[in-house]
Design a protein around this ligand. Structure first.
Ligand SMILES: Nc1nc2c(ncn2[C@@H]2O[C@H](COP(=O)(O)OP(=O)(O)O)[C@@H](O)[C@H]2O)c(=O)[nH]1
Ligand SMILES: [Mg+2]
Length: 397
């Protein structure tokens, strides 16, 4: 079976135990787990010399324009040595910290890290628009010594390519290779072993190494933080949308189990009851996860130059670009219930053994499961269409 519960074994065991013994306890446990999943903190420190593109990266990562309200000011001379925290617009538990350049603070690396609050960070990104400096290396070594990960971003790649393009024998791949090798070599010479350098244009995250950086970060993070990064990352490719859909599928079983233990409420037109509140919660999580909520779409419109109306025009699901209310879910559920197979009984035996919920609860759970699967499919399709629309018109996400 392609869908499975990818929970930590002890969580799964605890849930199964609760499901067997007491519905209320089980429901509370599942809700608690879902809640915890939504609030896992992730704090990323962005550092580098003045003008390297730190603030622009902070905005780009959050999917924001540089001139949007709440964005980090860019192109300004750094005058403060304070840490500026920027919450992710869709996931406030994700914080990007625009750190002062170490040169601005005039601290040595160890004092600098103490000053910015080293312990609170999950990892660091060191940005440079040219070769990495002695300061960058000192900082990287200190971060490593203290046991955390750092990643080098070589920014403003578009400028380098534009400059090189003037030459007759220009070749993009060769140029990129040379920039990367220059950076790596420079870092090695300064005593930084096997440094990871990612070539990025903050104005075009979908080009060059940003997706590689995204994957590397996900791999390096502890398991429980991986999805946090995946959902907060900018949607730069269809691949990201597919990965999010997969991550949602894993959680779908939790909603399904939850629907099996809470009282099912009859929905007009549906012979089997489902819990509308649960469907509203799940649909909202999906919509936000794919960036299909009205505020996210408006932000994307402003950033990409494709109008909000044009983005809405490619959306087909009734759940995207609207506020998810109980009434809406009721309407959509009713519409979907007319589709063949929504409540086919043969599906019951297919998933019951996996989470181990008692059979008596299963009909409402199966209906919920099928509805969630339909929601997820529709929304992922919409997310793909929106991303395609944006990339076809203006390739700067
Ligand atoms: N072409 C290009 N310009 C960039 C890039 N990143 C930043 N900039 C520009 O470089 C200048 C400094 O960027 P900023 O983010 O303020 O640097 P900070 O001082 O490190 O925060 C601004 O004018 C940005 O628009 C990039 O990747 N490509
Ligand atoms: Mg700045």
């Amino acid at each position: 079976m392609e869908d499975h519960i990818d929970l930590y074994p002890e969580v799964k065991q605890e849930l199964q135990e609760a499901l067997r013994n007491n519905n209320e306890v089980a429901a509370a446990r599942i809700r608690e787990y879902l809640e915890r999943q939504n609030n896992i903190p992730l704090k990323i420190g962005i550092t580098g010399e003045v003008g390297s593109g730190k603030s622009t990266f902070v905005n780009a990562f959050r999917g924001m324009s540089d001139d949007e309200e709440g964005s980090a000011p860019t192109g300004v001379v750094e005058t403060t040595t304070e840490v500026a925290e920027y919450h992710h617009p869709r996931y406030p538990n994700v914080i990007l910290c625009d750190l002062p350049g170490i040169g601005t603070t005039k601290f040595p690396a160890d004092k600098y890290l103490k000053h910015v609050g080293f312990d609170t960070f999950d990892f660091f990104i060191i940005v440079s628009a040219t070769r990495f400096t002695e300061n960058d290396v000192k900082l990287a070594k200190e971060i490593k010594k203290k046991g955390k990960n750092f990643y080098f971003i070589r920014s403003k790649i578009g400028i380098d390519l534009d400059n090189e393009r003037r030459k007759r024998d220009f070749n993009e791949e060769t140029t990129l290779l040379r920039i990367r090798e220059n950076c790596v070599q420079g870092l090695r010479q300064q005593g930084c072993e096997s440094p990871k350098v990612f070539l990025v244009s903050n104005f075009h995250l979908q080009l060059y190494d940003f997706s590689l950086l995204q994957e590397t970060l996900e791999k390096d993070l502890p398991a429980h933080k991986r999805d946090v990064l995946l959902f907060a990352s900018p949607t730069i490719s269809p691949e990201v949308i597919h990965r999010r859909k997969k991550a949602f599928k894993v959680k779908m079983w939790l909603f399904t189990a939850l629907s099996g233990v809470i009282a099912a409420v009859p929905v007009p037109g549906l012979s089997i009851g489902v819990d509308l509140g649960l469907l509203v919660s799940a649909a909202t999580i999906y919509v936000v996860g794919f960036g299909l909520d009205p505020p996210s779409l408006k932000r994307l419109a402003a950033k990409s130059g494709v109008s909000y109306e044009d983005l809405r025009a490619v959306i087909m699901s009734p759940l995207a670009a609207v506020e998810i209310t109980s009434d809406l879910i009721k309407k959509v559920t009713f519409q979907l219930s007319t589709m063949a197979g929504l409540m086919a009984a043969e599906e019951v035996s297919r998933f019951i053994p996996i989470i181990g919920i008692p059979l008596s609860m299963s009909f409402s759970a199966v209906t919920t499961y099928k509805l969630l699967k339909l929601f997820l499919d529709m929304l992922a399709e919409d997310a793909l269409r929106v991303s395609e629309r944006v990339l076809s018109v203006n390739p700067s996400l």
